[in-house]
Ligand binder design. Structure first.
Ligand SMILES: [Zn+2]
Length: 394
């Protein structure tokens, strides 16, 4: 069983320290490399799909979250406020209010819509320490978030477009989603009390799901406090389910922040489609460690190429191959002979997609014999071609 907690530590992806605190893992070089590859990929995927990226602070005044409704409906999951200079600040429990403010910062016209804003940003959740573990349940989350502001009649199409984007990303990453869940409001004061608004946003999500012929299960009590959502579920090796990607339709926050746009019929209120293509990077990478058992696809691998001189005599030629790999954009390293056999070094680097062996013949020609992770031989392939193969967008 590939539990990401043991495998992640063994692969040098992440670790934790009681002095930093539970639920606050840190990323080691291999993990930081995987994470950066995911970040770059998602950023580019969003750019190609009409998103503009923004950056906003990881905290804000208490009033911001009172306005957004988090304070009334979500306070138990938030860190308590910090007092500075007579004002109270809160580590943000979500990026949504900041993006509503970004929307509001300029006058918007119907011609500007849909406005698609995305950000990879920090958010915080005051989880109890008993439930924390590894990367899958943490207190500090780097969230791939985005909000589409559009006219209400366009919301179902934007939900569908977000589901397309999620499907594309899952296929590229090798994410194994188990089911779609339509998460609805439950009982009690956790949810905004406006039945007509809930019925309206629910019908938008159902319309998008039905139009796509997408199967889904309904689950009351799993919605966001401001609206229903489509959750795309994954499981860990123990069969525990969690949400990775999500799409939500929200009529609540646009009203709370008094968002408008100018249209030929006068001012109108946009709807906010919240979506996360790959969720929090912590949970995503935990899942990727488990599904790939550490053998990440070449574009995601922490080390994509290892250069293996047959003996010390080929070390200078191997160093030149390494430089070419690095210049071509590959994450590469050199494993010198150091009295260990080629076989032993190949075993030590068995998860590296490209193993570049430099013997006397390759040293003379300036090339390398490329061995693949599965044992296949690719021959003397130029490193530039390997680098092109190892890009997320071929
Ligand atoms: Zn949001």
């Amino acid at each position: 069983m590939n539990d990401h907690r043991s495998l992640g530590r063994e692969l040098g992806i992440f670790d934790t320290d009681p002095l930093i605190g539970s639920g606050l893992p840190y990323w080691l070089p291999a993990g930081a490399a995987v994470r950066k590859a995911v970040e770059d990929y998602v950023h580019e995927l969003e750019r190609r799909n009409g998103y503009q990226h923004v950056n906003s602070p990881v905290l804000g005044k208490r009033e911001l979250y009172e306005r957004s409704g988090h304070w009334a409906h979500y306070a138990e999951d938030m860190f308590p406020p910090m007092s500075v200079g007579g004002e109270e600040f809160v580590l943000r429990p979500s990026l949504c209010p900041h993006h509503a403010i970004v929307y509001r910062s300029r006058q918007r016209s119907h011609r500007d819509l849909p406005l698609r804003l995305a950000e990879l940003g920090g958010m915080y959740r005051s989880e109890q320490s008993g439930v924390l573990g590894g990367l899958s349940r943490v207190r500090a989350i780097q969230l791939n978030d985005g909000h589409v502001f559009c006219p209400p009649e366009r919301a179902a199409a934007e939900v569908s477009a977000a589901l397309d984007l999620i499907g594309q990303a899952h296929a590229r990453l090798g994410v194994g989603a188990v089911r779609h869940r339509l998460s609805l409001r439950g009982e009690g004061g956790k949810y905004v009390d406006d039945p007509a608004m809930w019925a309206r946003s629910e019908s938008v999500l159902r319309e998008a799901l039905d139009e796509r012929g997408q199967d889904y299960d309904e689950e009351p009590g799993e919605g966001a406090f401001y609206g229903p959502k489509i959750d795309i579920q994954i499981t860990d090796p123990a069969g525990r389910e969690s949400t990775l990607s999500t799409v939500q339709v929200d009529f609540y926050q646009p009203a709370r922040f008094d968002l408008t746009y100018v249209s030929p019929e006068g001012p109108r209120r946009p709807v906010m489609v919240h979506r996360s293509v790959v969720g929090g990077l912590e949970r995503l990478v935990a899942h990727l460690i488990e599904v790939h058992a550490g053998a990440f696809p070449a574009w995601l691998a922490p080390v994509q190429a290892v250069v293996l001189p047959l003996s010390d005599a080929e070390l200078p030629a191997a160093a030149r191959v390494l430089s070419r790999c690095l210049a071509a954009g590959l994450r590469a390293e050199l494993a010198p002979a150091d009295r260990s056999s080629l076989g032993a070094r190949i075993r030590a680097h068995r998860l590296v997609p490209y193993q570049l062996v430099v013997g006397p013949r390759e040293a003379a020609s300036g090339g390398a014999a490329v061995r693949l992770r599965d044992g296949g031989q690719a021959g003397d392939v130029p490193v530039e071609r390997l680098a092109a193969e190892a890009r997320p967008f071929p």
